[in-house]
Design a protein around this ligand. Structure first.
Ligand code: FE2
Length: 546
């Protein structure tokens, strides 16, 4: 593989620090930069329409700051600038990740009538106490106006997943400072807090999750992205979610390739599903793991009516609920059956558990053709670290591959490493050298499997001591219990071997294309010609251009 290097990078960390980088719980909190001082900011919502007021809530050790707003698309356009805005340090509750920061609004402005839909980066700068500048980057979305949008693409940013991974304040849906020992992840997270460092902008050298090293024999896995995060003061989860690592790469690609593309948050899917109506093509990209029931209703109804959904994303795993007018996201995850109140007298179909939990009865495949627990990890930890990197193609004659020159058995996107680090799959069988969904797979009628790679739900290797396992078998045991009632070894064996796919199927009057991998956007970032071609084939067909 010409894009690989043969040695793990070293970011100047000691072995002890490396362990902390991967095992430790570190996060952004007010006061973390000590004497230098800090400036932080969040907006009252993720997205706004033209003419609506944006409230920025700022806490700063400096008495004033300057602000620039730049639209971050195929080109960067500065939209607004202001200096000398007054600020103050604002008190923050200890459990701000859960209850929100509760800061007073510091500055309000109206979204201009000529501001195109897209992502708007807010850069705040002030003087640190040591005389050097302090900075913070925030992002908000300008969502499109209602109406017919012939020829335009709507990209829905994976904001539910951004929120789930946001480390600011100490707690998210992965790790946290909740519970009696301040060591539990939070089942409830608030939108009313800043984004963690690395979700809005990243330097080019920031590693992605999948390993770019050719892993030597008998190697204990390393995690370059977490080591880099620890060494450079970025969020531990910068490479797992966020505009900078994922959504931005599709949006910029689409604009540079002359597609007219609008951007919305998942909150619009939930609260204003009619936003989809005007579009011929709706796109989801990156690490897209958390959805509400209502968001799925919106997409299902849109496709039934004749819409086209293209998902270049992986890990369709958890149902969430939105509360407090969308300011609170609820997901009990692994603790759902024990703790989610809907199991004690509520509507259990809305349980914040895996979509494949039988009591919910709505596997992800019903909407997008693939399921998270039939997929999962590829290309990191002890899960296929030497795996395929690209999608192994079985049906090169499919329209999606037109003009690529790809052959049966080729890997699509191997050089740009589009396959990983979490993928979605389906039970299937190979007949006559071609994959077909099994009869009990839950695949929608007419689903065609175009590509299949291997994945794993369990980190297992004779070469990795238990204490060196990061992924371990916890996810596998959870899936075993969730699907089969008990986390036994026998049930673990049923779930641990999995796959990631590209699939395509008709639904109602519409159609769905799904390349089930978080890292598809790496192919767009790295300008992989075949990945770009397939992406354009899908967009052109769904926009009626081909
Ligand atoms: Fe995930």
């Amino acid at each position: 593989m010409n894009s690989t290097i043969d040695k793990f990078p070293d970011f100047g960390l000691t072995p002890h620090q490396r362990r902390q980088a991967v095992r430790g719980h570190y996060y952004e909190w007010p006061g973390m930069d000590g004497e230098r001082g800090e400036i932080w900011c969040y907006s009252d919502r993720f997205s706004y329409r033209r003419g609506e007021m944006v409230a920025l809530h700022v806490s700063s050790t400096a008495p004033s700051f300057s602000m620039a707003i730049t639209r971050d698309g195929g080109t960067e356009t500065k939209m607004f600038e202001k200096t000398g805005i007054a600020a103050r340090w604002q008190d923050t509750p200890d459990q701000c990740s859960v209850v929100g920061c509760g800061w007073d609004a510091s500055f309000e402005f109206r979204v201009g009538d000529d501001w195109p839909s897209g992502a708007y980066r807010v850069t705040l700068a002030a003087d640190g106490r040591d005389g050097k500048p302090i900075r913070y980057h925030h992002i908000f979305i300008v969502s499109p106006q209602p109406g017919k949008k012939r020829g335009r693409v709507l990209q829905v940013a994976a904001t539910g997943t951004w929120l789930s991974y946001n480390t600011w304040g100490g707690s998210n849906h992965y790790q946290g400072i909740t519970g009696p020992n301040r060591d539990q992840y939070a089942p409830e997270v608030s939108t009313q807090r800043p984004w963690c460092r690395g979700f809005v902008v990243l330097p080019k050298e920031a590693p992605r999750v999948p390993l770019e090293v050719a892993v030597p024999p008998k190697t204990v896995p390393r995690y370059p992205h977490m080591e880099w995060a620890f060494a450079t003061g970025h969020s531990k989860k910068y490479a797992s979610s966020g505009w900078a690592s994922y959504d931005s790469h599709f949006f910029r690609f689409a604009e540079r390739a002359s597609y007219a593309v609008d951007l919305a948050s998942q909150h619009e899917l939930h609260f204003s599903p009619e936003i989809l109506d005007g579009y011929d093509c709706v796109v989801f990209v990156g690490h897209d793991e958390y959805w509400t029931w209502e968001m799925r209703d919106a997409v299902d109804a849109y496709v039934e009516r004749g819409g086209h959904a293209a998902r270049f994303a992986g890990n369709f795993m958890w149902q969430t609920r939105l509360e407090d007018e969308g300011r609170r996201q609820v997901c009990y995850k692994y603790r759902a059956r024990a703790e989610d109140p809907v199991y004690r007298g509520g509507d259990v179909t809305r349980a914040t558990n895996s979509w494949e939990a039988p009591e919910i009865g709505r596997p992800g495949a019903m909407t997008f053709g693939l399921n998270a627990t039939k997929g999962l990890y590829a290309g990191w930890g002890g899960c296929a670290p030497r795996g395929v990197r690209g999608f192994p193609v079985y049906r090169p004659e499919h329209w999606a591959f037109a003009g690529t020159g790809i052959y049966y058995g080729d890997l699509l996107g191997a050089d740009s490493h589009v396959y990983g680090y979490e993928v979605d799959g389906l039970d299937h069988e190979i007949r006559g050298g071609l994959p077909y969904p099994t009869s009990d797979s839950g695949a929608p009628d007419g689903l065609q499997i175009l590509a299949v790679g291997m994945a794993s739900q369990v980190e297992e290797s004779a070469d990795i001591a238990f204490e060196d396992q990061f992924l371990g078998d916890a996810d596998g045991r959870f899936s075993a219990e969730m699907l089969f009632g008990e986390a036994s070894d026998a049930n673990l064996d049923k779930v641990k071997h999995s796959n990631g796919m590209i699939v395509n199927f008709p639904r109602g009057k519409g159609e769905v294309f799904h390349a089930g991998s978080c890292e598809w956007v790496a192919g767009l970032l790295k300008q992989d010609a075949m990945v770009e071609r397939v992406t354009k084939n899908v967009l052109d067909r769904y926009l009626g251009k081909s």
